[in-house]
Design a binder for this molecule. Sequence first.
Ligand SMILES: CC(C)(COP(=O)(O)OP(=O)(O)OC[C@H]1O[C@@H](n2cnc3c(N)ncnc32)[C@H](O)[C@@H]1OP(=O)(O)O)[C@@H](O)C(=O)NCCC(=O)NCCS
Length: 144
Amino acid sequence: MIRPAGVGDVPAIAAIEAACFGTSAWSEGLVTDEVSSERHVVLVTDDLTAYGAVSLAGDVADLDRIAVLPACRGRGLARDVLTALVDRARDLGADRMLLEVAADNTAAIGLYESGGFDTISTRAGYYAGGVDALVMELTIQEWR
Ligand SMILES: CC(C)(COP(=O)(O)OP(=O)(O)OC[C@H]1O[C@@H](n2cnc3c(N)ncnc32)[C@H](O)[C@@H]1OP(=O)(O)O)[C@@H](O)C(=O)NCCC(=O)NCCS
């Protein structure tokens, strides 16, 4: 079961962040801002093993985060969270979803490609260590 995150979920989401993003993890303060903002949608699984966040600006939704605790990967949780985020973004008026992903993040790129995202451009050296970013886009009207 996937549901909107509340302030009470912040410690668990910050723990997912720490487990998945290391030194780039969002702090509890940043997670609190995201959960409390009307411009953002943050969804969690009931068991607090996975979460995702998008920000909304007009008809565009940006996928900010999607993460699954390492021990719980490979079970379709990220696909379920992504599906729920896209559905919610569409309900709120988004026509397309954009994201940036490190070109060496094979798992995330596989997730996005299987979810219908296309690579529309590359940002050379965008991430620490000179890793390129892929900019990917989903046209939401064509979703499912
Ligand atoms: C990317 C991530 C969210 C995937 O979570 P997951 O729950 O394991 O993914 P799912 O089980 O839902 O997989 C859905 C699809 O993604 C793709 N995928 C997932 N893991 C993959 C891997 N290691 N290699 C290639 N493709 C992969 C597959 O297409 C998969 O579909 P399939 O199982 O039918 O082949 C997870 O690896 C993670 O949390 N990584 C660290 C955080 C991160 O990098 N987030 C993205 C940037 S914000």
